[in-house]
Structure formats: C-alpha cells, structure tokens
Design a binder for this molecule. Structure first.
Ligand code: DGT
Ligand code: CA
Ligand code: CA
Length: 576
C-alpha cells in the first residue's frame, strides 16, 4: 500500500505549494513523481529498505530530495515537509483543489480575498457573483466554477478502478493467509472492473467469521471501522469504503454471484429462477425449501439454463440473452496482447529511450511497439519538428537493426501522435505522415467546438489515408474533464468506411473508448487498439490491464482488437 500513500502525499504537497503560489518547477517535480509512483509495480517500501536513496533515484522523475522523502515515508508513514504544509492550510481548502476547471491560483485568490475555505462557500460566492469583482476573475470564471462543482459532485464518492483495485487485492492477500478463510473473492463493481468504484466488496467463506472480522478490521491501513458484525463489517481504507461479508461454504457461489451484481443483472437472473420454479438469492438456489446448489457460482447460471457469464458482462446489456443461446463471447485477455501501438519516448515527453521502451515490451512478450511521440503543436509535450523526427528515425533503425542481428522477433514501429488541429488540418504534412509506420491522430486543443464541428474534425482526419488510429476518441479525463461533444455513431461509421482503428486508451482516468463505445465499435466492425499512451516503461506494463478490462466490459474478443495480432499482420492492417 505504501506506493499509493506516497503518491497521495506528493500530490498533496504539490497542491498546497500551488495554493501558496510557489515555484512551478518544484510543483511539477512532485506531480511527476506521484504519477510515476502510482503505476509502479515494485513495492517501494522494499526498494527503500534495501537500496535507500541511491536506488530510488533510479526511478524516472525521482531526484535526491524526493528520494529522501520516500525513505522517510517508507520508514514512518509520512514526511515532515508534508506534515508541515498540511498544518498551514485549512482542510476544506484542499478539497477545493479537486474541483475540475478551477486552478490553484483562483483558489488562492478567493481564499485570501474572501476567506473562502469550502466548496459550499465557493458555490455560494459564485452564485451571488461575489467573485466578479476580484482582479482577474469574471463572470466566465464563476460559470466555470459552478460547472466544475457540479462535475466534482457527480464523481465524488467514487474512486478510480486503479485506486481501489490495489487496496482490495492487498486486503485479499492478507486475509488469504488466515486458516479461517476457506475461500475469498473480490465482488461488486470492482470484480466487474467498472471504471469507477463506489465501494470495495469482498466475500469470504468461513466457519469462524469472528476471527476473519477481527483480522479485517485491524488490517494495516484501515482508517475507520464503520461497522463490525459476524456476517458483515465495513471499514474505510484511504477514503474508500470496504465491505466484507462472511458466508458458509455452501452459499459461497450464490453469494459471490449476488454480491458481484450488477443489481440489474441479478434481477434478471432471479426472474429466470422464478420462471423455473426456483428461488435464487445470496444464500443459495432453492426448489421449494430444498437447496439444490449455490456452493459455486456456476451453479447459479446452470440452474437457469445459462452459459457462464464473466463478471465484466454482468450489466444487463444483453448478456442474459446471449448466454441463453451460448453466445457469450470469448473475451480478450491480457495474454492476447502482442504489442502497444501508442507509447511515448524521450523524443517528446516520455521518460525512457526507444531502446528502454522496447526492452520492457520484449520482457512483456510483445512483438512490437509504435513510438508515437507528439507532433509540434503540442508544445508543452515537447512535440517533434521535422529535424527531430528524422534523427529519431535513425535511432529507430539502429535499435531495429540490433534486434534483427540478435534474432529477436521485435520491431519498433515509427509513429507519431499527430494533433488534429481545430481547422481540421493535421499537424504534420502528408509528406511526413506517409513515411511513418503508424499515424495516431488525436484532438488536444479546442475541446469546446460544437458537436458537428468536432465530429467533422475527426472524420476529416480519418479520411486522410495516412491516419491509422484515432487516440482517446472522446478526450475525457475521469473526474476532471467531461468528454467533448461528438457524434460517436458517425465516428464509427467513418472509421468503418475508412478502415481507421479506434483506440482504447488504457490510462485509468481515460479509458477512452469506454466500455459502451467498445461494444459499438464491435457492432460496426471497427477494430480497436488497446494502447497505453505510456510515458515511461513501467507505465506501459502497469496500465494495460485497465484497458483490457474495459475491452472485456465492451464484449471485445481477441479478433476485435488489432494489437492481439502479431507483427506481420499488424503491419498489414496499418499499411492497408
Ligand atoms: P458500486 O459499489 O456503487 O461501485 O457498485 P456495486 O455494484 O459494487 O454495488 P454495491 O456495493 O452497492 O453492492 C454490491 C452488489 O450487491 C451489487 O452489485 C449487487 C448486489 N446488490 C446490492 N443491492 C442489491 C439489491 O437491492 N438487489 C439486488 N438484486 N442486488 C443487490
Ligand atoms: Ca461496491
Ligand atoms: Ca458494497
């Protein structure tokens, strides 16, 4: 758990420094460290203990100062810098920073000038136009603040899948060690791999529930015990609620099904039960008063004549009908992925070299990566100019030559993430695009264009024969930025007509295409690329699972996903 704690601490340091108006360079250093740490798969506590500051400094984005703080956090659970800063600001002020569309400078201003310390106070001031009078703030800012507050409230109380899953997995790993635990599973929206999670649900089969509950409520990292009983206990862990239920082994399958949900799926199954003269609930499957099953989850589906339905599909979106006709798809799996068609390197805003990205990809069993560094318009992301792209090409060829000489079945594909500009033009001329192996096109500016304009903008890019993939097609950032207005049906239609691939960006706060859009792509016969958009090698291996999960929720099979194909086939698709 220490990794996520560290990331949160560094984020909070950055937040407070922002409100205080301190050096942007330092603030960015903390943010960068937090983003890297979040996606690390190695346990930082172990690295800190074994290798100390010198080992931690090897992590991209981690310098001396931050490495020292990491050691401090690993040893004591917090660092002095963070504790000092936390004392300097009122707690409500930090929450204000989480509001989308509102920057720390604005927050600092309203705090200083009007003494605003909470969301309620900010909302009230914006509604009664008290902010308009402040230097640099106007009606537009007030409008943005109110929209931001509305957005914030919509997501509040839900955690990103990537935040909840590691906590849930560590709870499961700890409880598994107990003799009293016979079986254990994650349930709820987390088992269905929804993009956001209301609370963590865990289910245990045990004959000694008291022991299990004692262990659960005293786990490391638990902040609060909300309730404790023999069958159910609730705690909070890092601001997320977690429910643990303990049942008899004979009920485990029925309970796993019930508590995995979704509620709408459960209702459908229960109705089918009734039609078959059965009572299906969290205790088991009953005909009259006789228990006829429920030890295993499969019993539930079998009892109503359905094929097994994977958790990701249990949303009442057609899975019950499909299971009746043996039409449940064989969903794509992480092990099907053979390459990544959207990663960044040092040639734009990535942290690793082409070779380092390639080595990590090879160790994941991949056959290719497409290095898609930014085009010039995305200045802050270190976009490439013509000269840079030519130099990069030399390096790509050198790296590929080495693999060839060593007989390694791996290729670095020359790609670029090219801006689709607001005037519909591409940010590289066709002469450059033509020379690339893969062209990933994306919208990065003017998100506010109206629906027709935005749709035409992306369709125009698809019509360019050099464009292969549309990256993060709706531009949303979960909890921070709503998707831009776009006609997804028209995009799918155009993608089909032009043979353009749609990206499923695996970043946990993007997951864009979302699950519903993935299903739409499948129905249209449009290929999806599950890409990571990784900005360093560790991210590339850490976030792919969230993309795969979303693809599974979108009913995608290996054949629907372009990067389940090997190098030769993929090259044919993008060149075709
Ligand atoms: P969440 O936590 O909001 O992300 O979503 P879930 O699906 O995890 O919902 P939660 O934690 O309230 O409940 C866990 C599961 O328990 C849910 O997926 C289905 C089942 N469940 C809860 N309430 C009901 C209900 O009223 N009827 C039925 N049939 N099932 C329910
Ligand atoms: Ca839940
Ligand atoms: Ca729950």
């Amino acid at each position: 758990m220490i990794n996520l704690d560290m990331a949160r601490i560094f984020d909070e340091i950055a937040d407070i420094l922002e409100v205080k108006g301190e050096n942007q360079f330092r603030i960015r250093a903390y943010r960068r460290a937090a983003r890297t740490i979040e996606t690390l798969t190695q346990d930082l506590k172990v690295i800190a203990e074994r290798g100390g500051v010198s080992e931690l400094k090897k992590i991209p984005g981690v310098g001396e100062g931050i490495a020292k703080k990491m050691v401090e956090i690993a040893e004591t659970g917090d660092c002095k810098k963070h504790m000092d800063l936390m004392r300097e600001v009122p707690p409500g002020l930090l929450e204000l920073l989480a509001i989308p569309r509102v920057g720390p400078k604005t927050i600092a201003k309203v705090h200083e000038e009007l003494g605003i310390n909470s969301i309620e106070e900010l909302e009230e001031s914006a509604k009664s136009h008290k902010l308009e009078g402040l230097p640099g703030l106007g009606a537009k800012v007030e409008e943005n603040i109110l929209k931001g507050i509305e957005q914030y409230r919509r997501y509040k109380g839900r955690a990103l899948l990537s935040k909840a899953l590691p906590y849930a997995e560590s709870i499961v790993n700890e409880l598994k060690k107990l003799d009293a635990v016979e079986r254990i599973t994650i349930a709820g929206s987390l088992r269905r791999m929804r993009e956001t999670i209301g609370d963590i649900d865990i289910l245990v089969a045990s004959k000694r529930p008291k022991e299990v509950m004692d262990a659960f409520t005293s786990l490391e990292g638990i902040e609060d015990v909300i309730g404790k009983g023999e069958t159910k206990s609730s705690v909070t862990i890092k601001g997320i609620n977690a429910d643990l239920r303990v049942v008899d082994a004979v009920s485990f399958g029925a309970a796993a099904h019930y508590f995995t949900g979704s509620k709408h799926h459960n209702i459908r199954i229960r109705e089918l039960g009734v039609k078959n003269g059965l009572k299906i609930n969290e205790y088991g499957i009953f005909r009259a008063d006789d228990r006829i099953g429920g030890e295993n989850e499969e019993d539930v589906f079998e009892s109503v004549g359905l094929a097994y339905i994977p958790p990701e599909l249990r949303e009442d979106r057609g899975e019950v009908e499909a299971a009746k006709e043996n039409g449940i798809p064989k969903l794509v799996e992480a092990s099907d992925i053979k390459g990544d068609l959207h990663v960044h390197t040092k040639w734009s805003d990535g942290k690793n070299s082409i070779e380092e990205m390639a080595e990590t990809a090879i160790s994941s069993g991949y056959e290719y990566i497409a290095v898609a560094d930014h085009s010039p318009a995305v200045g802050i992301a270190g976009g490439m100019n013509d000269e840079k792209i030519a130099k990069r090409q030399d390096e790509i060829e050198k790296v590929n030559k080495r693999f060839e000489d060593e007989g390694v079945n791996f290729r670095v594909l020359a790609a670029a993430e090219v801006d689709i500009k607001s005037d519909f033009s591409m940010d590289f001329p066709d002469a450059i695009l033509r020379k690339l192996d893969v062209v990933v096109a994306a919208v990065h500016t003017k998100f506010s264009q109206d629906r027709d304009t935005m749709t035409k903008r992306i369709v125009t890019a698809m019509e360019n024969p050099n464009v292969d993939i549309i990256a993060h097609p709706t531009g949303r950032i979960l909890g921070k930025r709503d998707p831009y207005e776009v006609d997804m049906e028209m995009l799918m239609e155009a993608a089909k007509d032009t043979g353009t691939i749609m990206e499923l960006n695996s970043f946990p706060d993007r997951l864009d295409l979302n699950d519903i859009h993935c299903k739409m792509a499948k129905d249209y016969g449009v290929l999806v690329a599950i890409s990571t958009d990784a900005h360093d090698a560790m991210q590339m291996s850490a976030v792919i699972k969230y993309g795969v999960a979303t693809a599974r929720r979108g009913w995608l099979e290996a054949k629907d996903v372009v990067n389940t194909r090997g190098l030769e086939e993929v090259t044919k698709v993008v060149k075709g």
